[in-house]
Design a protein around this ligand. Structure first.
Ligand code: GLU
Length: 265
């Protein structure tokens, strides 16, 4: 039985976070077919009047592949260098694909201190606001090459929550290689059930992601729920879904619950 959330149809300003596992192949190189599909879908949504802000990972992975570095990268300085090379590549690809669909893009690279410093935060808010008014698809990543440990957003799941706050998003969609939140680790338990709708982030729900000491940050579910909790302060809902087929965005924005819908009202 399909479950619908009609109100989602009304949402206009959408932050879409997409993870490296979706954007890259096992080789670490960019998955061009998938990126092209994602870009086509986002361009179409933009033509429908949606304002899309894309929080895209993939820079470290693409950069490591481009520079011929041995993966997985361990040292933080190697990751920073890879990100510097990969971000340029990522944006070049996004620009090529988005241009082919007539959509302008802009890049915002953020660090944690932008959020913590009032003046810098306001600067970022203003820039988002102008770019969105100008109908740009804004592509966001952490400014990894200059991010030391203290400055890191602890990954793009959390960055996406901050981006929702900076641009006053109506909805956060987190696309990764998992179908959503399960009540148990689906890799371990065949009986694990996908949870379609979460009304409130109760301790019980948070525990589904695996508590402290569990090896089960399955698909980074812990940080996804942290992000959901952060935006619950603003009553911004979140959807966690599988981004393997970017067409899932049509269903989601049509109000069909694909994945897990965290209501946050
Ligand atoms: N900013 C990193 C990158 O572009 C990704 C961090 C994350 O996926 O959480 O590679």
């Amino acid at each position: 039985m399909e479950i619908y959330a009609e109100n989602i149809k009304e949402y206009k300003r959408i932050v879409i976070k997409i993870g490296s596992a979706i954007l890259t192949h096992q080789t670490g190189k960019l998955n061009l077919k998938r990126i092209e599909n994602l870009v086509r879908t986002i361009s179409d949504l933009s033509n429908m009047g949606k304002e899309i802000i894309l929080v895209s990972s993939g820079a470290v992975s693409a950069g490591a592949a481009k520079l011929g570095m041995k993966i997985p990268l361990v040292k933080i300085e190697d990751k920073k260098a890879a990100a510097a090379a990969g971000q340029a590549e990522l944006m070049a690809i996004y620009d090529r694909f988005f241009s082919s669909f007539g959509i302008k893009i802009a890049q915002m690279l953020l660090t944690r201190d932008v959020i913590d410093n009032e003046i810098r935060r306001r600067n970022a808010e203003e820039t988002f606001s102008v770019l969105i008014k100008l109908n740009c698809a804004v592509i966001v990543n952490e400014n990894d090459p200059v991010s030391s440990d203290e400055l890191k957003f602890s990954g793009n799941d959390i960055l996406a929550a901050y981006v929702c706050k900076l641009c006053g998003a109506d909805l956060l969609v987190n696309l990764s290689d998992v179908d959503g939140l399960y009540d148990k680790n689906p890799a371990k338990y065949k009986t694990a059930k996908l949870i379609r709708k979460v009304e409130k982030l109760t301790p019980e729900v948070l525990a589904y992601a695996g508590g402290a000491g569990s090896a089960r940050g399955t698909g980074g579910m812990v940080t996804k729920l942290q992000a959901a909790r952060m935006i619950s302060e603003d009553r911004t809902p979140m959807i966690i879904a599988n981004g393997k087929d970017p067409d899932i965005l049509y269903d989601i924005l049509d109000g069909k619950i694909a994945g897990t819908y965290i209501v946050n009202s």
